[in-house]
Write a protein of this length. Sequence first.
Length: 256
Amino acid sequence: MKQLYLFARSLNGPITRNFTGGDQGLGGVITVEQILATAAHRAGLSASGLSITGLSQKYGAVSSHVRIGPADTSIFSPRIPWGEADILLGCDLVSSSGRESLSTLGQGRTSAVVNVDTAPTAEFVHDRNAKVPKAEMMQSISDTVGLDKIHCIEATSYARELFGDSIETNIFLVGYAFQLGLIPIRSAAIIEAIELNGQDVVGNLRTFACGRFAAAFPQEFASKKWHWKRDVERARPTSFQERFDRLFNELVAYQN
């Protein structure tokens, strides 16, 4: 088994680290906010968090702000000021590239870890042919933080294949960002916070470790024979009969 090394930077001096995260739907990013804030307290740091849920149960945007500083630092407001986010955990590309999220990012200051997979939005209720402009969204984040400050990964696709559920996406991104050295909290404190959270502890610890592995050994991780990559690479049907045959075979396989 590969050895995972601790790359997270220590938090020294009177500096506050600001984390912002965005998601769609049922607010898994709120759990991330709670885990990071709890981990900071367990590590002897001060922390403050804020979540803005919006229309979360209708695939609306959910955003969270977490501010972390040394133990003797007074954090007067949990909301991150404009341009002062140190890290963006982009659990969902749509909300992460929105105006609210972009306003907290700063050129040369913010590092962005972005899940490039997209989820359906409320727009699909009105227009089933609606498309998510992924390239434009990625460009807006890149233009804001700088090309050298953005880290991208298909987190949802990996989470579904590895764990069978896209809900694991957010903790996977936490592990990924941690291993990149972007979260200045000890791994032991994050693990303790996951345990204190009490929800699917074994699964979340496993997901956190897999996210770290993906960042530590990106070439080995990406070179695995992932089923979702083969599905994406398959040519799209060119005729009705070809489409019918493919869907028929998939339905038979699913029922069996």
